[in-house]
Design a protein around this ligand. Structure first.
Ligand SMILES: NC(=O)c1ccc[n+]([C@@H]2O[C@H](COP(=O)([O-])OP(=O)(O)OC[C@H]3O[C@@H](n4cnc5c(N)ncnc54)[C@H](OP(=O)(O)O)[C@@H]3O)[C@@H](O)[C@H]2O)c1
Length: 388
């Protein structure tokens, strides 16, 4: 089957057309270039979509029985309680999550270990009555005992089952739309993990599954037992490992979707962070990442400057270029930026209103690639948990 057929291009075009949007897809280049809303040209009246930033484009993660229709941009819930320093209170977070839903976002991402537990609880409270309209995906694997992460991995079949039951309760739902293995468990064969998920799918407790930060070989083994819907790994303009390690290639070959996490490099590519930014030492993993020392941020700000300069000529922000660059890489890629602000949500959703040519994206990519990135993305301990 041809790739363009596999990824439901027809559905994507239909959605865009229905909502008065145009979409340019060049099959030969496998590029989704943009969605442009048409504003009514009589009486200067703005259409609803022009008044409020909304997302109408959808994408399909995975193929066949594993296919999962979602908005072209998702929403990462993690930073609303965990690892992104200071955040608004629960009421405000829920209001923002509802704004995202009203504006067409259907994919929300959380995990058991975020908090731990309080991020799932937040998503459950926000969306408990909206399941079916939105999908809250979550992740198992990091061991959590009495609400505390131990730092170990536990993906034994019995543990996956227990985590599944507990997540269902916290998310206030009967079925998890997509359950990811958060990190590889060296003590549990991947076939056992895939087999357990296969059983949970048969039992109707899980709809789809995915894995995070695994190698192309592991993806093949897992997919052979139970077809994967998506791989979720770090991918953005400052970290392009999945282009080199075979992960994107194997996704393309097997018809598996890809969900880039930290699509703005944990906010850095949005331009609001710099060497003077103070992170909350009790709630921000960026304090442990070599790429976020003041020295590294000072050096890497050259990359943000490139985005800002490039955006200035096109009426785009650095964040929109970072997200747009990922979206144009393939129509089966769905980034999940996180935010605590309505203004940022709107800005991020409006990314899909811009149309850049393949040459323009390449020019931007080359300009960024010419600047060496200072600092590793993870410290040695965190690096040990990825790439199996
Ligand atoms: N699978 C995994 O191992 C894994 C690991 C990490 C993350 N994730 C997932 O990926 C999601 C996103 O990751 P992330 O939060 O690390 O990174 P991100 O989406 O790259 O960055 C989030 C940060 O960017 C800022 N931001 C958002 N929009 C902006 C804009 N338009 N301009 C400037 N700044 C902007 C946010 O701050 P404001 O609140 O001020 O907007 C927030 O602190 C998480 O929520 C989580 O679901 C998965």
């Amino acid at each position: 089957m041809k790739e363009k057929e596999k990824f439901s291009r027809r559905g994507f075009l239909k959605t865009a057309a229905v909502m008065g949007a145009t979409l340019t897809v060049s099959p030969a280049l496998d590029k989704v270039q943009a969605v442009t809303h048409t504003v009514s040209n009589n009486k200067n009246i703005l259409t609803d979509s022009a008044r409020a930033a909304a997302i109408t484009a959808h994408r399909t993660l995975g193929t066949g029985k594993a296919a999962f229709d979602v908005s072209a941009l998702g929403f990462g819930v993690m930073g609303m309680t965990y690892n992104r320093s200071y955040h608004p209170d629960k009421k405000q977070c829920i209001r923002l999550l509802h704004e995202a839903m009203e504006r067409g976002v259907t994919l929300f991402d959380t995990a058991i270990v975020y908090g731990p537990l309080n991020n799932e609880l937040l998503a459950g409270e926000a969306f408990g009555e909206f399941h079916g309209r939105v999908n809250v995906t979550t992740k198992f694997g990091h061991e959590v005992i009495n609400g505390k992460a131990t730092g170990r991995q536990d993906s034994r079949p019995a543990t996956i089952r227990r985590y599944c039951e507990e997540s269902l309760k916290r998310l206030r739902t009967d079925v998890i739309p997509m359950f990811y293995q958060h990190r590889f468990d060296p003590n549990t064969p991947v076939e056992d993990v895939a087999g357990t998920i296969q059983d949970l799918i048969k039992e109707g407790k899980v709809l789809h599954w995915g894995m995070c930060e695994v190698s192309a070989d592991t993806i093949r083994k897992a997919h052979a037992v139970c077809p994967l819907t998506a791989i979720q790994s770090e991918y953005h303009l400052m970290h392009r490992e999945v282009e080199r390690n075979g992960v994107l290639d194997v996704c393309r070959e097997l018809g598996i979707g890809f969900v880039p996490y930290s699509p703005m490099n944990r906010g850095f590519l949005g331009g609001d962070l710099n060497e003077y930014t103070e992170f909350d030492p009790n709630n921000d993993n960026r304090t442990t990442l070599p790429r976020f020392t003041p020295e590294a941020m000072r050096a890497n700000y050259r990359i943000v400057s490139v985005l800002q300069r490039y955006g200035r000529e096109r009426g785009m922000t650095a964040a929109q270029l970072a997200l747009g660059w990922l979206l144009q890489k393939a129509p089966w890629i769905v980034p999940i930026p996180g935010t605590t602000k309505l203004s940022h949500l709107e800005e991020n959703l409006r990314t899909l209103e811009f149309a850049l040519t393949a040459e323009e994206w390449k020019q931007l990519e080359d300009a960024v690639a010419a600047i060496p990135v200072t600092g590793d993305r993870y410290n040695a301990e965190q690096q040990k948990q990825v790439g199996f």
